[in-house]
Write a protein of this length. Structure first.
Length: 154
């Protein structure tokens, strides 16, 4: 009687092939999950940055007196609730940054270094008393455009 303990060569090759398929599938699934997570994190960063910038513009427009748009990439307003030295408030776009200048002080970038402002367009409709803001933000892997219309209340 022959004692058959162990596997034949063909069985080992079949098992190795099945094991390779399972491991390969796991690696592909893991890579897809990590890549999707990275993309989602990038999108969240851009959205948070846009939310901050649009809230800052909203704050400036709340209670603003005189509003003007000297150029498509610049928004200027006088806010009576601020001290005279902080007026006018001027938002401008300059080489990847949205800047805020208060009175004669130097302009301060509002966006973080991880997110670049690629375009800004301000439109003022004096008859409807609205300001439209279109802003495009980008980081390494995500680019998004935000479009908001703000009705002025005085």
């Amino acid at each position: 009687m022959i004692n058959k303990n162990g596997f034949t060569l063909i069985e080992v090759i079949v098992y190795m092939g099945l094991f390779s398929l399972v491991v390969g599938g796991l690696l592909v699934a893991t890579y897809t999950i990590i890549e999707g997570s990275s993309r989602l994190q990038s999108r969240v960063v851009v959205n948070e940055e846009a939310e901050f910038l649009l809230r800052k513009i909203n704050w400036a427009l709340t209670g603003a007196g005189a509003v003007s748009v000297p150029s498509a990439s610049s928004l200027q307003m006088v806010k009576p609730s601020l001290p005279l030295v902080d007026n006018p408030l001027v938002f401008t776009y300059d080489t990847g940054n949205l800047l805020l200048q208060r009175g004669n002080k130097s302009a301060t970038p509002l966006n973080s270094a991880s997110v670049q402002v690629t375009s800004v367009a301000f439109t003022y409709n004096s008859s409807r008393k609205t300001v439209r803001v279109q802003i495009t933000l980008a980081n390494l892997s995500e680019s998004q455009t935000f479009d908001v219309t703000r009705y002025l209340r005085q």
